[in-house]
Design a protein around this ligand. Structure first.
Ligand code: BEZ
Length: 394
């Protein structure tokens, strides 16, 4: 049975409208159908709140636009990907082939992103990545139908490494989960740090999403380092920061900003003073951020975080593309061009896109204090991922 939904506006239930529709060109009839947007995100597990905040912010943007983008009514279809890479291919097939989504917004976990990339590129389904930073998505595996509205794993950690090196820190270790996001963040941290006089002397990992950090923490005193850099996020980051503080280590902890993002409440005093770098933070003053935070708080009952911002910007990016083609996704070249050339007024500040369809953005330095990730400066302005290996021509 074809997945045909009749829009309220088209009022095709009336005889008159039915008669009129017979005379409509195929494109106009297609335009009367809602555009199906699949949200493939984690709604369970350690990244559940990340997926929820992305979703709430997308729904918020759609509500602000009266439920329509580019003249098309938007219908959301949600799927919990559980942050499980092994389920990625079948979940992507389910959304693309069974649910017939026109657009896929997903996902959060880099391993899942990599696992769905083949299905996305082979089907040509427009995909907007609202979080997962897997670098290959906009480097060697870049594709004309894939855009990222969040960050590359390399970006925030590179900013932290630069800031640490510039202040004269010489030796650091990197701790993380053993998967793409942890490794690629570690690579960014190392590049930024070592280009500014530092040296990463040890990388310590555990399996995702394990939280038995004690064997790693026990090694820190023997490493002779002046700082420990880390990538953890969501529920795992709460445990890591608490365990780090409880271990009584004298070595300062820094990180890619996900370490303290959206989790300062449960981390409590353990997070106090931790420095991180991210493309968002508390105290960014711009009119878009002020209205966004107020609206998110009233909708979600909690403060916005970077994940909410990325969800909002994914919806803004889709809106720009659909507006340019008046809701006609078949006009691919114009759709992609408009999205690539988008200049978005984001709550994080203005953002644009690189040739590999990756966000170009400021990476802010932040310090956790009194339950806020207070912005203390800009680690790197307008930072673009290197985009190595991307061969997008159009
Ligand atoms: C990732 O897997 O790419 C990721 C997950 C959570 C926060 C940031 C990155």
């Amino acid at each position: 049975m074809p997945n045909f939904r009749i829009s309220r506006r088209a009022a095709l239930s009336s005889t008159a409208a039915l008669a009129a529709s017979a005379a409509l060109p195929r494109f106009a009839i297609a335009q009367a159908k809602p555009l199906k947007v699949g949200l493939m995100l984690p709604y369970s597990g350690t990244f559940a709140q990340l997926g929820e905040n992305i979703t709430i912010a997308i729904e918020m943007y759609l509500a602000e636009k009266g439920g329509k983008l580019g003249g098309r009514e938007i219908q959301l279809v949600k799927l919990d990907d559980e942050s499980k890479p092994e389920l990625g291919p079948q979940n992507a097939d389910r959304m693309i082939k069974r649910d017939n989504v026109d657009v896929l917004i997903g996902t959060v976990h880099s391993g899942v992103q990599m696992a769905i990339h083949k299905a996305v590129t082979e089907s040509g389904t427009l995909c907007i990545v609202p979080n997962a930073g897997a670098v290959a998505v906009t480097r060697n595996l870049c594709a004309k139908n894939v855009f990222r509205a969040s960050f590359s794993n390399w970006q925030p950690a590179y900013g932290m490494g630069v800031a640490l090196g510039k202040r004269g820190v010489k030796k650091a270790a990197w701790m993380t989960w053993d998967y793409a996001a942890g490794a690629e963040s570690g690579e960014g941290f190392k590049q930024g740090f070592e280009a500014n006089g530092g040296q990463v002397v040890q990388v310590l990992t555990l399996k995702f999403p394990e939280t038995n950090f004690q064997p790693l923490l026990a090694q820190v005193p023997g490493l002779g380092v002046d700082a420990v850099g880390a990538f953890f996020a969501g529920g795992g980051a709460i445990n890591f920061v608490k365990d780090y503080a409880a271990a009584g280590l004298k070595v300062p902890l820094v990180g890619s900003g996900f370490l303290t993002e959206g989790v300062l409440g449960p981390q409590g005093a353990a997070a106090e003073g931790i420095e991180t770098a991210l493309h968002y933070g508390d105290g960014l003053e711009n009119p878009r951020n002020t209205s966004f935070r107020a609206a998110f708080k009233s909708r979600a009952g909690r403060d916005a975080d970077v994940y909410a911002v990325q969800g909002y910007d994914s919806a803004q990016l889709l809106g720009i593309g659909l507006e340019a083609v008046k809701g006609n996704l078949d006009n691919e070249a114009a759709l992609h061009k408009a999205m690539r050339e988008a200049r978005i007024d984001s709550p994080r500040g203005p953002i644009s896109f690189s040739k590999s369809q990756e966000v170009v953005q400021n990476i802010y330095l932040r310090k956790a204090s009194g339950g806020l990730n207070k912005v203390t400066g800009v680690a790197v302005e307008n930072l673009a991922d290197p985009g190595t290996g991307c061969k997008l021509s159009s």
